[in-house]
Design a protein around this ligand. Structure first.
Ligand code: FES
Length: 226
């Protein structure tokens, strides 16, 4: 019997299976690897000293993969990672989505050659892999800038100025929707709901969310994305 009506909302009081039946526990997948090993990341940005909405600070640092379109996808720590990914699925086909994510993390986008390489590695047909990669908008099928900036303009964000935030990003980056700025740093796209409707306008930059972004925050946010 819980002592407080909200006790049931506290995850720590839940049995793990009830909290998330799909939770696989600590698989140990990343325990042997440093973040740099796993992602090839450099961290860019620091907690903003000035500018930007206060709520943005909690989402930093944002992760930036070292994108090299020629880099080997399945070697070194990535080979280990693929093995661990494969061990979590009943067959190689089921591991296609995380494998594509890994390829994108390494190379920045999924070229036809990269898709063929993934298909060969997993023993799938190139047509099947292309069908999957082109279905999901999270896969970049063309090169993007160092920072992929996804501005939500769906209903909640739209009502709170999402269009103005998007326009401000485009103005300061000097680019158009879907295109990359001349300095190669920023690709700005407009996206549907990011699932952060309570914190409009929501902007996803690489793997991290920026929330409650206002048009006046944009210059300070862009200034950190170098
Ligand atoms: S409408 Fe923008 S995050 Fe949902």
């Amino acid at each position: 019997m819980s002592g407080h009506p909200n006790d049931d909302l506290h995850p720590e009081s839940w049995p793990v299976a009830a909290a998330n039946p799909g939770f696989a526990g600590d698989t140990g997948e990343f325990t042997q690897l440093t973040e740099d090993d796993v992602r090839g990341l450099s961290f860019v940005g620091i907690r903003p000293k000035d500018g930007g909405h206060a709520s943005v600070a909690g989402t930093l640092p944002y992760q930036v993969a070292e994108k090299d379109p020629e880099a080997p996808i399945f070697s070194g720590p990535y080979e280990d990672r693929l093995e661990k990914v494969l061990s979590r699925y009943p067959d190689r086909q089921a591991a296609l989505l995380p494998t594509l994510h890994m390829a994108q993390e390494v190379r920045g986008f999924l070229s036809p050659a990269t898709l063929d390489e993934v298909a060969q590695k997993l023993g799938l047909s190139p047509a099947y892999v292309r069908g999957v990669a082109t279905f999901y908008t999270m896969y970049n099928l063309a090169p993007v800038g160092k920072h992929l900036i996804q501005v939500c303009t769906n209903i909640s964000c739209n009502l709170c100025g999402g269009d103005a935030v998007l326009a401000e990003f485009l103005k300061h980056a000097g680019t158009e929707v879907g295109e990359t700025s001349a300095n190669g740093l920023w690709t700005i796209i407009e996206v549907e709901c990011l699932g952060a409707c309570g914190f409009p306008t929501a902007v996803q930059i690489n793997d991290r969310y920026f929330e409650n972004v206002r048009p006046e925050d944009v210059p300070a946010v862009l200034a950190q994305l170098t």
